[in-house]
Each structure stands twice: as structure tokens, then as C-alpha cells.
Design a protein around this ligand. Structure first.
Ligand SMILES: Nc1nc2c(ncn2[C@@H]2O[C@H](COP(=O)(O)OP(=O)(O)O)[C@@H](O)[C@H]2O)c(=O)[nH]1
Ligand SMILES: [Mg+2]
Length: 373
């Protein structure tokens, strides 16, 4: 399953820097606005200490982590929906993403131009969110026209009414500067307007791009500076999350390939994991994603599913035949192999289970599927 995350924010807040650090795809980071016209798509591994431990135990030929796709979305400025900057070229790229990472500049650096000449997270967030809401209002108007036409067609009347009911709820929400995700829609209404791909219906997390002093202040005395606090409050009010990243530092960190050197570099700033790891984990949480593993002598691998998915669905992530021909799954928790050391010992302890079609896969399960085709 593709988990994809779109990176938005004003020009020069550090989107491309963070994007390049996240993925090996080369994004252009340059100190002038509008430099990234085409979307840059990159893939990042989902860091998972459990997969590292499984690899130590099984010593497989290969280890494959779960992955997240990142899209560097450029061109959002005040007035983008009215054609400012690159206009709304950003729209076509942002519609397809599952989650939005909104990068907010919290670092001071007089050499790097801020589009409004002032580092002001509250106003920056507002500017971007307004453009996104305006883009959604455009979508809404077009959808409304289409729904009204379908009222006149007997076979489409019912659907048209449901769509209009949903749009009537969404309109005032957007006009009040609130995101579509805060509108109270029934499941039917949600389904009826799914094809609109409203941008503000997607979960959004905030990324504070801070300087090294900002990171040090958090790790040494647990205190966020006022810029970071502003973003954190905003995220909390929206039921979302804010992660702190130092884009410049992450870019340097990404260049270090040696694991030992990497952790020494992190330690210097008092960090346990890189800001990018927190970002990836945060996107995972917001999307309600879970991980299960397959483990053996040939391969240890992490797979992504949604919370609540049953065993056949999980099997289907590996191969559609596994889902179609699902018979049963052998399951144990990865913590059990960390505790007991071998599968034989897990069996002795009575922790090795056989589960059927109804079994809801748990985060950290190690699974082996039985199927026929
Ligand atoms: N001091 C500092 N500069 C940064 C940081 N992140 C990005 N920059 C610089 O800010 C400029 C714009 O960054 P870029 O990633 O191209 O921004 P974008 O327009 O949002 O994609 C570049 O010169 C970066 O080197 C950071 O965390 N600290
Ligand atoms: Mg850029």
C-alpha cells in the first residue's frame, strides 16, 4: 500500500531541503522562491527498530522496510488560487496525497529571504490554509454545478441530492476558514463527495523547521521557543501533531551513511531519533496505519496496513492471491520472539497462534499465511 505525504508550505521555508533529506531523489534546494515547478517524488524508508531486531534474529538474505512516498509540492503562495506565483499548479499534485505535511519556518536567518520578510508562523500557516480552503471552494462550486444538473436526470437524482446535502454542510465550513475535515458529514455524504478530493479533508500535520539552537533548547531544557509553541498550539487545537525538524541538520545527517557516525551526530544535539523519523512516524499515526512483519531466513519485511484490518486483508498487501485463497495465518507478537529468542520457544510457551479470517492484525505481529489458489 502506498502511503504518500505531500509537503506544503510557503516558499523558502525548507520544503525541498527536508524533502531531499527524506529521500534519495534529488530535489532542488535553492534560495529563491518558485524553484520547484515539477513535483518531486521521493521514497523514504519507515525506520523501525523492531525490523532491525528481527534481522538480527533471522539473519535473512534481505531486509525490506515499509516505505513512505513524499511529494515536494511547490507554488503555494498568498493568492495562488488567483494565479499568483505558479498559480494553482500545485493542485494537481496535492490531490493525490494521503496526508499533508505543512512545513512552517521557525528558523531565523537574515540571508534567507522570507516571502513576507518576517518569520511569523501564525500568519504563514493562515496564508497556506486559506489558499487550500480557496482551492477547495473552487472544487465545491464545480461539483455543485454538476450535482444540480444531475437532479434533472431521474436515475441520478438521489445521488445528486446526497452530494448537495454534503456540499451545503461543507460550504459554510470553508467560508469560515475551517478545513473540510472539521465538517460533520455522514458516511454517505463523505462517500458522495469523495471524488472531490478536498485538500483540507486530508489529515494535516505541522513540521516546524527550526535552527540548531531551537533543537538544542528542546533537548537540553525541554523548552520550545515561541515560534515552535505557536505551531504546537495550533496543531493541538486541530487535533493534529507538530514535529520539530532542523532541515539543514537533517540534510547533513542524511549524507552520513555510517550508522555509528549517525548516532554520534544525533547525540551531539541530544536527539534519539532524527526529526525525519518523527515526521514519518507522525504521518503513520495520523493515517491510522499499522505494521506487521514477515520473517524468515530469506527475508524480513515490514508491511503497512490500516488499523482494524483483518488477516485476509493483510495477506492481500503481500499478494492478491494470498487474500483470495486465504486459509489461516500463523501469528506471534514480535515482542515474543525478542523475549523467547526462537519460534520453537514461542510455541513451547503457547504464544504461537493459528488465526482465521476474522482475526484483526495487531501492530507488531509476525505473520505467516496459509493459502491455496
Ligand atoms: N538556517 C537554516 N536554513 C535552512 C533550513 N532549512 C532550509 N534552509 C535554507 O533555506 C533556503 C530555502 O530552502 P528550500 O528547501 O529550498 O525551501 P522551499 O522553497 O520551501 O523548498 C535554502 O537556502 C536552505 O538551505 C534550516 O533548518 N536552517
Ligand atoms: Mg522548494
Amino acid at each position: 500500500m502506498a502511503l504518500n505525504c505531500g509537503i506544503v508550505g510557503l516558499p523558502n521555508v525548507g520544503k525541498s531541503t527536508i524533502f531531499s533529506a527524506l529521500s534519495s531523489a534529488p530535489a532542488e534546494a535553492a534560495n529563491y522562491p518558485f524553484c520547484t515547478i515539477n513535483p518531486n517524488i521521493g521514497i523514504a524508508d519507515v525506520p523501525d527498530a523492531r525490523l532491525v531486531k528481527l534481522t538480527e534474529i533471522f539473519n535473512p538474505q534481505r531486509t525490506i522496510p515499509a516505505s513512505v512516498e513524499f511529494v515536494d509540492i511547490a507554488g503555494l503562495v498568498k493568492g495562488a488560487s488567483k494565479g499568483e506565483g505558479l498559480g494553482n499548479q500545485f493542485l494537481s499534485h496535492i490531490r493525490e496525497v494521503g496526508v499533508i505535511a505543512h512545513v512552517v519556518r521557525c528558523f531565523e536567518n537574515p540571508d534567507i529571504v522570507h516571502v513576507n520578510n518576517k518569520v511569523d508562523p501564525e500568519s504563514d500557516i493562515e496564508t497556506i490554509n486559506i489558499e487550500l480552503a480557496l482551492a477547495d471552494l473552487d472544487t465545491l462550486a464545480k461539483r455543485r454545478e454538476r450535482a444540480e444538473r444531475s437532479l434533472k436526470v431521474q436515475t441520478e437524482k438521489k445521488t445528486g441530492e446526497t452530494v448537495l446535502a454534503a456540499l451545503d454542510k461543507i460550504g459554510p465550513v470553508l467560508e469560515n476558514g475551517k478545513p473540510v475535515r472539521s465538517a460533520a458529514l455522514s458516511d454517505d455524504e463523505k462517500a458522495a463527495v469523495y471524488d472531490c478530493h478536498f485538500i483540507t479533508a486530508k489529515p494535516q500535520l505541522y513540521v516546524c523547521n527550526v535552527d540548531e539552537a531551537g533543537i538544542k533548547s528542546i533537548t537540553t531544557n525541554g523548552k520550545a521557543d515561541s515560534h515552535i509553541e505557536t505551531v504546537q498550539k495550533r496543531a493541538a487545537a486541530e487535533g493534529s501533531e507538530a514535529v520539530c525538524i532542523c532541515g539543514k541538520f537533517e540534510a547533513e545527517l542524511a549524507d552520513i551513511k555510517n550508522a555509528g557516525e549517525k548516532s554520534a551526530f544525533l547525540e551531539e544535539l541530544g536527539l534519539q531519533e532524527s526529526g525525519l523519523s518523527s515526521l514519518i512516524h507522525s504521518a503513520y499515526r495520523l493515517l491510522g496505519l499499522r505494521t506487521f512483519f514477515t520473517a524468515g531466513a530469506d527475508e524480513c519485511r515490514a508491511w503497512t496496513i490500516h488499523a482494524g484490518d483483518a488477516a485476509p486483508k493483510a495477506a492481500g498487501v503481500i499478494h492478491t492471491d494470498f487474500e483470495k485463497g486465504f486459509i489461516k495465518a500463523e501469528v506471534y507478537a514480535c515482542d515474543d520472539i525478542f523475549r523467547y529468542g526462537t519460534e520453537a520457544k514461542i510455541k513451547e510457551a503457547g504464544k504461537y497462534r493459528i488465526e482465521g479470517k476474522e482475526y484483526v492484525v495487531q501492530d507488531g505481529d509476525v505473520m505467516f499465511f496459509k493459502f491455496n489458489v
